[in-house]
Design a protein around this ligand. Structure first.
Ligand code: G
Ligand code: G
Ligand code: MN
Ligand code: NA
Length: 254
């Protein structure tokens, strides 16, 4: 239970940071950033989100942590919107299913947005397929409510979960995010290439913007470009990085 105890104290101790990873369109222009949580405990090295996010979900700590992420991300978005009004930047935030299903999620998020002064049209929520495991009607209603505030929605890790295509067609989304696992061997696996082509084509048929994540090589980008992928995210363009570095490298001096 030691990691659990440490995680429970991490918020109060100020041990969390946000990193920002660029999202780039087909013309090489910056669309915005995905916000990625980092935990650097007072003692010991950084802990990978792959390790602590599942623990935070099991213990329910993901709810307060998730609100801290939203609050910090909205403040940063608000700052960038005021400093760079010509840039029209988007900020993508990962939302765990447990947080999304909180009964007062819309009201609390609305509060956070208002206090930050951010234009909510710059905010995009990344949901995973686990969000729609049950109560699809309730999920649709919640997304619609948040869309009225101006928020956008992206389906993260697409193709790795259990949700069916009949769910996908009912959800009022803006974007599909092709999972890293399909992008990795794209250039050398006929099967992965076929899957990626199909996801892009299906996304476009449903009027969704399609972004690929985990793009590490120029070769992967060439294939994605050829099949009409709308945007990219990955080490080829930039790693997740602290806000000042993101601003200097991608906003101020593109
Ligand atoms: O940044 P990295 O690839 O190590 O992240 C690993 C996992 O942690 C990813 O699945 C990512 O979606 C998740 N993650 C990162 N930041 C957040 C966050 O702020 N909230 C939630 N719920 N998940 C996050
Ligand atoms: O699950 P989610 O898509 O939210 O998380 C994205 C994860 O992918 C983050 O942990 C981020 O650090 C990681 N990531 C970002 N770019 C790359 C990349 O080019 N290659 C790999 N392998 N991982 C990446
Ligand atoms: Mn994500
Ligand atoms: Na993902």
């Amino acid at each position: 239970a030691s990691m659990e105890t440490a995680l429970a104290r991490a918020l109060d101790q100020g041990e969390f940071q946000l990193h920002y990873q660029p999202q780039i369109n087909r013309d090489g222009e910056l669309l915005g950033a995905e916000v990625l949580l980092r935990w650097i405990p007072e003692e010991g090295g950084p802990v990978s989100p792959a390790e602590f996010i599942p623990l935070a979900e099991d213990t329910g700590l993901i709810v307060p942590i998730g609100y801290w992420v939203l609050e910090t991300a909205c403040q940063q978005l608000s700052l960038w919107q005021r400093q760079h009004p010509d840039r029209d930047l988007s900020m993508a935030v990962n939302i765990s299913a447990r947080q999304f299903h909180q009964h007062d999620f819309i009201r609390r998020l609305q509060d956070i947005i208002e206090r930050s002064g951010a234009d909510p049209r710059g905010l995009k929520l990344e949901l995973t397929e686990s969000v729609v495991l049950d109560d699809i009607a309730g999920v649709i209603e919640k997304i619609e409510g948040l869309r009225q505030l101006g928020l956008g929605f992206s389906m993260d890790d697409f193709g790795t979960g259990y949700s069916s295509l009949s769910y996908l067609k009912r959800l009022p989304l803006d974007q599909l995010k092709i999972d890293t696992s399909f992008v990795r061997d794209l250039a050398h696996s006929a099967n992965d290439l076929a899957i990626v082509r199909a996801i892009i084509a299906m996304g476009h048929s449903l009027n969704l913007h399609v972004i690929a994540e985990g793009v590490e090589t120029a070769e992967q980008k060439v294939y994605l470009e050829r099949y009409g992928c709308d945007a990219y995210q990955g080490y080829l363009f930039g790693r997740p990085m602290p806000a000042p570095e993101f601003e200097a490298g991608f906003i101020t001096a593109p």
